[in-house]
Design a protein around this ligand. Sequence first.
Ligand SMILES: Nc1nc(=O)c2c([nH]1)NC[C@@H]1CN(c3ccc(C(=O)N[C@@H](CCC(=O)O)C(=O)O)cc3)C=[N+]21
Length: 295
Amino acid sequence: MELLDGKKVSNDIKDEIAVEVQKMKDRGEKVPHLAAVLVGNDGASLTYVGSKVKACERVGFESTLVKMPSTTSEIELLTKIKELNEDDNIDGFIVQLPLPPQIDTQKVLLAVDPDKDVDGFHPMNFGKMALDMSTFIPATPFGILELLERYDVDTKGKHTVVIGRSHIVGRPMSILMGRKGWPGNSTVTLTHSHTKNITQIISQADIVISALGVPNFLKAEMVKDDAVIIDVGITRVTDETRPKGYKIVGDVDFENVSKKASHITPVPGGVGPMTIAMLLKNTLLARERHHNNKK
Ligand SMILES: Nc1nc(=O)c2c([nH]1)NC[C@@H]1CN(c3ccc(C(=O)N[C@@H](CCC(=O)O)C(=O)O)cc3)C=[N+]21
């Protein structure tokens, strides 16, 4: 079994980005600037956004955290987005999800300037992704592709089973794994809560990508020998023995599944850190495009 070490690979990627930032500085160019909008004070969202800001510092990006109260109206958020769209100092920004119930998420995603949409959630960018056009690929799927690539995992002609059809992970992942090229050229099955005989389908998978959010869902008996296992689950469960009072668990029974797998991502330290690294990569891309447009 080979561990797909997202912690390590994400650090390598951040080092590579830091080198690019230094080159920009040496040329007298402005460094990439990422903004993150956080509405409300959900604990997990605060942690993720905090990690994103910290990662910006680490690679030499500028960052801005826009905190808005949980009572923010849709209009107020749309006004903030318009401001960020028009702010020439901001190369890219994200609106952290989920949003409070009074705000229509689809309206918000449509309001983001596609050229600054480093999450790749705008329908224009999602469409471009599906049509193999150059665009921002959503950070979590992008991170999974990068892990498969850096560990030289063969995906061609393999049966990839994606569990979960969320707009930010499962759905884009199913599209990306079926695209031409590598990592891709896979035969993809997208499974979800209405899938019949899901355990039978999973047992046929060469590659399993679980983005369900159900701790210990995937057991050793469910997977084929030498399958590649990607665990996108990140659920907080209370654990009084931990300093923070909780621990993070994935969808996969790692202890047992790892004995059968050819490659497997741990949680924490797998897909999560890769998500942050690829958000930085998208921001670097946004900066480069922005810079070239002005020349
Ligand atoms: N607009 C938007 N873009 C996102 O990319 C986005 C989002 N909204 N909403 C929520 C999800 C989730 N997400 C994670 C990022 C990092 C870790 C991460 O670093 N995880 C660590 C553990 C972190 C911890 O201690 O909680 C790990 O797995 O090792 C996890 C999850 C980004 N998301």
